[in-house]
Design a protein around this ligand. Structure first.
Ligand code: PBG
Ligand code: ZN
Length: 271
Protein backbone atom coordinates (compact mmCIF):
# COMPACT_ATOMS: atom_id res chain seq x y z
CA UNK A 1 0.00 0.00 0.00
CA UNK A 2 1.31 3.49 -0.70
CA UNK A 3 3.01 4.93 2.37
CA UNK A 4 3.14 1.56 4.20
CA UNK A 5 6.31 -0.42 4.78
CA UNK A 6 7.58 -3.66 6.26
CA UNK A 7 10.26 -2.51 8.68
CA UNK A 8 13.39 -4.48 9.61
CA UNK A 9 14.27 -4.54 13.34
CA UNK A 10 17.17 -2.18 12.64
CA UNK A 11 14.77 0.59 11.61
CA UNK A 12 12.32 0.22 14.48
CA UNK A 13 14.05 2.68 16.76
CA UNK A 14 13.73 5.51 14.28
CA UNK A 15 10.15 4.79 13.24
CA UNK A 16 8.81 4.25 16.74
CA UNK A 17 10.52 7.43 17.96
CA UNK A 18 8.58 9.21 15.24
CA UNK A 19 5.35 7.54 16.36
CA UNK A 20 6.01 8.63 19.91
CA UNK A 21 6.85 12.17 18.83
CA UNK A 22 3.47 12.42 17.14
CA UNK A 23 1.78 11.43 20.42
CA UNK A 24 0.32 8.26 18.97
CA UNK A 25 -0.15 6.13 22.10
CA UNK A 26 0.89 2.74 20.77
CA UNK A 27 1.66 0.31 17.99
CA UNK A 28 0.17 -2.99 16.87
CA UNK A 29 2.91 -5.34 15.69
CA UNK A 30 2.65 -7.96 12.93
CA UNK A 31 5.51 -10.21 11.88
CA UNK A 32 6.89 -11.55 8.62
CA UNK A 33 8.85 -14.73 9.45
CA UNK A 34 11.80 -15.91 7.37
CA UNK A 35 10.24 -19.35 6.99
CA UNK A 36 6.75 -20.80 7.29
CA UNK A 37 5.69 -24.33 8.25
CA UNK A 38 2.50 -26.33 8.88
CA UNK A 39 2.27 -25.29 12.53
CA UNK A 40 3.52 -21.70 12.25
CA UNK A 41 6.34 -22.40 14.68
CA UNK A 42 8.13 -19.08 14.01
CA UNK A 43 5.14 -17.38 15.68
CA UNK A 44 5.99 -18.75 19.14
CA UNK A 45 9.77 -18.83 18.84
CA UNK A 46 11.36 -16.78 21.63
CA UNK A 47 13.69 -15.23 19.06
CA UNK A 48 10.94 -14.76 16.47
CA UNK A 49 10.55 -11.53 14.56
CA UNK A 50 7.73 -10.09 16.69
CA UNK A 51 9.45 -11.08 19.94
CA UNK A 52 12.55 -9.20 18.76
CA UNK A 53 10.44 -6.25 17.67
CA UNK A 54 8.70 -5.99 21.04
CA UNK A 55 12.06 -5.81 22.79
CA UNK A 56 13.35 -3.20 20.35
CA UNK A 57 10.29 -0.95 20.75
CA UNK A 58 10.30 -1.28 24.54
CA UNK A 59 14.04 -0.52 24.76
CA UNK A 60 13.69 2.68 22.80
CA UNK A 61 10.27 4.15 23.63
CA UNK A 62 7.46 4.26 26.17
CA UNK A 63 4.90 3.25 23.55
CA UNK A 64 2.12 0.84 24.37
CA UNK A 65 2.93 -2.38 22.53
CA UNK A 66 0.06 -4.49 21.25
CA UNK A 67 0.77 -7.69 19.33
CA UNK A 68 -1.38 -9.53 16.82
CA UNK A 69 -1.84 -13.17 17.81
CA UNK A 70 -2.48 -15.39 14.79
CA UNK A 71 -0.92 -18.15 12.74
CA UNK A 72 -1.73 -17.13 9.16
CA UNK A 73 1.50 -15.21 8.49
CA UNK A 74 3.49 -18.17 9.82
CA UNK A 75 1.76 -21.22 8.34
CA UNK A 76 2.62 -22.63 4.93
CA UNK A 77 -1.11 -22.98 4.13
CA UNK A 78 -1.98 -19.42 5.25
CA UNK A 79 -4.87 -20.39 7.53
CA UNK A 80 -5.28 -18.90 10.99
CA UNK A 81 -5.31 -22.32 12.63
CA UNK A 82 -3.94 -25.85 12.49
CA UNK A 83 -5.08 -27.69 9.36
CA UNK A 84 -5.83 -31.41 9.31
CA UNK A 85 -7.30 -33.13 6.25
CA UNK A 86 -8.21 -29.77 4.76
CA UNK A 87 -10.10 -28.64 7.86
CA UNK A 88 -9.08 -25.89 10.28
CA UNK A 89 -9.06 -27.54 13.71
CA UNK A 90 -10.37 -25.12 16.34
CA UNK A 91 -9.30 -26.85 19.56
CA UNK A 92 -5.85 -27.91 18.38
CA UNK A 93 -5.17 -24.29 17.47
CA UNK A 94 -5.84 -22.97 20.99
CA UNK A 95 -2.61 -24.42 22.40
CA UNK A 96 -0.51 -22.72 19.74
CA UNK A 97 -2.26 -19.37 20.17
CA UNK A 98 -1.61 -19.55 23.92
CA UNK A 99 2.06 -20.26 23.26
CA UNK A 100 2.30 -17.24 20.96
CA UNK A 101 0.63 -14.99 23.55
CA UNK A 102 2.92 -16.21 26.33
CA UNK A 103 6.06 -15.64 24.27
CA UNK A 104 4.90 -12.09 23.42
CA UNK A 105 4.19 -11.40 27.09
CA UNK A 106 7.65 -12.67 28.03
CA UNK A 107 9.19 -10.34 25.44
CA UNK A 108 7.37 -7.39 27.03
CA UNK A 109 4.07 -6.85 25.19
CA UNK A 110 1.44 -4.85 27.10
CA UNK A 111 -1.61 -6.15 25.25
CA UNK A 112 -2.09 -9.27 23.14
CA UNK A 113 -4.67 -9.16 20.36
CA UNK A 114 -5.91 -12.52 19.04
CA UNK A 115 -7.15 -12.10 15.45
CA UNK A 116 -7.64 -15.77 14.56
CA UNK A 117 -11.36 -16.07 15.50
CA UNK A 118 -11.13 -19.60 16.94
CA UNK A 119 -13.75 -20.31 19.62
CA UNK A 120 -12.39 -20.33 23.15
CA UNK A 121 -9.09 -18.59 22.38
CA UNK A 122 -9.59 -15.72 24.83
CA UNK A 123 -10.09 -18.14 27.72
CA UNK A 124 -7.16 -20.29 26.65
CA UNK A 125 -4.85 -17.28 26.36
CA UNK A 126 -6.06 -15.75 29.65
CA UNK A 127 -5.43 -19.03 31.48
CA UNK A 128 -1.95 -19.43 29.98
CA UNK A 129 -0.98 -15.84 30.85
CA UNK A 130 -2.35 -16.10 34.42
CA UNK A 131 -0.61 -19.42 35.03
CA UNK A 132 2.66 -17.76 34.13
CA UNK A 133 2.20 -14.66 36.32
CA UNK A 134 1.16 -12.37 33.48
CA UNK A 135 -2.15 -11.39 35.08
CA UNK A 136 -1.55 -7.74 34.16
CA UNK A 137 -1.27 -8.31 30.42
CA UNK A 138 -4.50 -7.25 28.72
CA UNK A 139 -6.35 -9.03 25.94
CA UNK A 140 -7.78 -7.00 23.09
CA UNK A 141 -9.83 -9.54 21.18
CA UNK A 142 -10.76 -9.19 17.55
CA UNK A 143 -14.24 -10.06 18.84
CA UNK A 144 -16.38 -9.30 15.80
CA UNK A 145 -14.07 -9.93 12.88
CA UNK A 146 -15.98 -10.43 9.66
CA UNK A 147 -15.24 -12.51 6.60
CA UNK A 148 -14.36 -9.42 4.58
CA UNK A 149 -12.93 -8.64 1.17
CA UNK A 150 -11.29 -5.54 2.62
CA UNK A 151 -8.26 -7.51 3.92
CA UNK A 152 -6.80 -8.03 0.43
CA UNK A 153 -3.90 -5.54 0.53
CA UNK A 154 -2.84 -6.75 3.99
CA UNK A 155 -2.72 -10.37 2.86
CA UNK A 156 -0.64 -9.40 -0.14
CA UNK A 157 1.79 -7.44 2.05
CA UNK A 158 1.93 -10.19 4.68
CA UNK A 159 1.89 -13.01 2.15
CA UNK A 160 -0.86 -14.62 4.24
CA UNK A 161 -3.74 -15.43 1.88
CA UNK A 162 -5.05 -18.96 2.49
CA UNK A 163 -3.69 -21.42 -0.10
CA UNK A 164 -7.09 -23.22 -0.30
CA UNK A 165 -10.66 -22.31 0.65
CA UNK A 166 -11.40 -19.18 2.65
CA UNK A 167 -11.86 -18.16 6.27
CA UNK A 168 -15.65 -18.65 6.48
CA UNK A 169 -15.45 -21.45 9.04
CA UNK A 170 -14.01 -19.05 11.62
CA UNK A 171 -14.63 -15.42 10.58
CA UNK A 172 -18.11 -13.85 10.97
CA UNK A 173 -20.91 -13.76 8.40
CA UNK A 174 -21.21 -10.07 7.33
CA UNK A 175 -25.00 -10.38 7.22
CA UNK A 176 -25.43 -11.63 10.78
CA UNK A 177 -25.43 -8.98 13.53
CA UNK A 178 -26.84 -11.29 16.22
CA UNK A 179 -24.04 -13.79 15.72
CA UNK A 180 -21.50 -10.97 15.95
CA UNK A 181 -22.99 -9.76 19.24
CA UNK A 182 -22.94 -13.31 20.61
CA UNK A 183 -19.28 -13.65 19.66
CA UNK A 184 -18.45 -10.41 21.46
CA UNK A 185 -20.37 -11.55 24.54
CA UNK A 186 -18.47 -14.86 24.60
CA UNK A 187 -15.11 -13.09 24.37
CA UNK A 188 -16.06 -10.79 27.25
CA UNK A 189 -17.15 -13.76 29.37
CA UNK A 190 -13.84 -15.44 28.60
CA UNK A 191 -11.92 -12.41 29.85
CA UNK A 192 -11.41 -9.91 27.01
CA UNK A 193 -10.51 -6.44 28.30
CA UNK A 194 -11.00 -4.60 25.02
CA UNK A 195 -13.23 -5.75 22.17
CA UNK A 196 -12.61 -4.93 18.55
CA UNK A 197 -14.84 -4.65 15.49
CA UNK A 198 -13.19 -5.22 12.13
CA UNK A 199 -13.42 -3.87 9.45
CA UNK A 200 -14.69 -0.46 10.55
CA UNK A 201 -16.41 1.36 7.70
CA UNK A 202 -18.95 -1.21 6.55
CA UNK A 203 -19.60 -2.17 10.18
CA UNK A 204 -20.22 1.13 11.99
CA UNK A 205 -23.57 -0.21 13.18
CA UNK A 206 -21.73 -3.13 14.82
CA UNK A 207 -19.36 -0.75 16.63
CA UNK A 208 -22.40 1.20 17.86
CA UNK A 209 -24.28 -1.88 19.02
CA UNK A 210 -21.24 -3.39 20.75
CA UNK A 211 -20.48 -0.18 22.62
CA UNK A 212 -24.13 0.34 23.62
CA UNK A 213 -24.71 -3.23 24.71
CA UNK A 214 -21.49 -4.00 26.58
CA UNK A 215 -19.92 -0.62 27.43
CA UNK A 216 -16.42 -2.10 27.29
CA UNK A 217 -13.46 -0.26 25.76
CA UNK A 218 -14.14 -0.78 22.07
CA UNK A 219 -11.66 -0.66 19.21
CA UNK A 220 -12.27 -0.19 15.49
CA UNK A 221 -9.80 -1.59 12.96
CA UNK A 222 -9.70 0.61 9.86
CA UNK A 223 -8.34 -2.12 7.58
CA UNK A 224 -6.03 -2.23 4.57
CA UNK A 225 -8.74 -2.21 1.87
CA UNK A 226 -10.39 0.82 3.45
CA UNK A 227 -7.06 2.65 3.46
CA UNK A 228 -6.26 1.67 -0.12
CA UNK A 229 -9.59 2.87 -1.52
CA UNK A 230 -9.00 6.34 -0.11
CA UNK A 231 -5.43 6.43 -1.40
CA UNK A 232 -6.53 5.34 -4.87
CA UNK A 233 -9.36 7.88 -5.12
CA UNK A 234 -7.04 10.58 -3.87
CA UNK A 235 -4.40 9.67 -6.46
CA UNK A 236 -7.08 10.01 -9.15
CA UNK A 237 -7.81 13.49 -7.87
CA UNK A 238 -11.40 12.57 -7.03
CA UNK A 239 -11.45 13.39 -3.33
CA UNK A 240 -9.84 15.73 -0.82
CA UNK A 241 -7.93 13.05 1.07
CA UNK A 242 -7.36 14.91 4.31
CA UNK A 243 -10.99 15.94 4.67
CA UNK A 244 -12.28 12.50 3.75
CA UNK A 245 -9.98 10.78 6.25
CA UNK A 246 -11.10 13.15 8.98
CA UNK A 247 -14.76 12.48 8.20
CA UNK A 248 -14.24 8.71 8.22
CA UNK A 249 -12.32 8.64 11.49
CA UNK A 250 -14.95 10.92 13.00
CA UNK A 251 -17.63 8.45 11.92
CA UNK A 252 -15.84 5.66 13.78
CA UNK A 253 -15.59 7.77 16.92
CA UNK A 254 -19.24 8.81 16.63
CA UNK A 255 -20.24 5.16 16.33
CA UNK A 256 -18.53 4.48 19.66
CA UNK A 257 -14.91 3.53 19.02
CA UNK A 258 -12.56 4.35 21.89
CA UNK A 259 -9.52 3.24 19.89
CA UNK A 260 -8.89 3.34 16.16
CA UNK A 261 -6.24 1.15 14.59
CA UNK A 262 -5.42 2.77 11.28
CA UNK A 263 -2.77 2.92 8.55
CA UNK A 264 -3.51 6.65 8.43
CA UNK A 265 -2.08 7.16 11.93
CA UNK A 266 1.39 8.43 10.99
CA UNK A 267 0.20 10.74 8.24
CA UNK A 268 -2.84 12.17 10.02
CA UNK A 269 -2.03 12.00 13.71
CA UNK A 270 -3.17 15.59 14.17
CA UNK A 271 -6.33 16.03 12.14
C1 PBG B 1 -4.56 -12.01 10.56
C2 PBG B 1 -4.98 -10.61 10.29
C3 PBG B 1 -5.54 -10.08 9.13
C4 PBG B 1 -5.68 -8.72 9.34
C5 PBG B 1 -5.22 -8.45 10.63
N1 PBG B 1 -4.81 -9.65 11.22
C6 PBG B 1 -5.88 -10.73 7.84
C7 PBG B 1 -6.94 -11.71 7.72
O1 PBG B 1 -7.69 -12.04 8.63
O2 PBG B 1 -6.99 -12.24 6.61
C8 PBG B 1 -6.22 -7.74 8.34
C9 PBG B 1 -5.67 -6.38 8.45
C10 PBG B 1 -6.00 -5.47 7.34
O3 PBG B 1 -6.62 -5.83 6.32
O4 PBG B 1 -5.60 -4.32 7.47
N2 PBG B 1 -5.56 -12.85 11.03
ZN1 ZN C 1 -4.95 -15.03 10.82
Amino acid sequence: MPGQFRYPISSLKEITKRVEGLEIPGVLLFGMPEKKDDFGSEAYHDKGIVQKAIRAVKENTDLLVITDICLCQYTSHGHCGVVCDGIVKNDDTLKLLSKIALSHAKAGADIVAPSDMMDGRVKAIRTELDNNSFEDILIMSYAAKFLSSFYGPFREAANSAPSFGDRRTYQMDPANILEALREVELDIKEGADIVMVKPALSYLDVIFRVKEKFGLPTAAYNVSGEYSIIKAASKMGWIDEKKVVKELLLGMKRAGADFIISYFALEYSSL
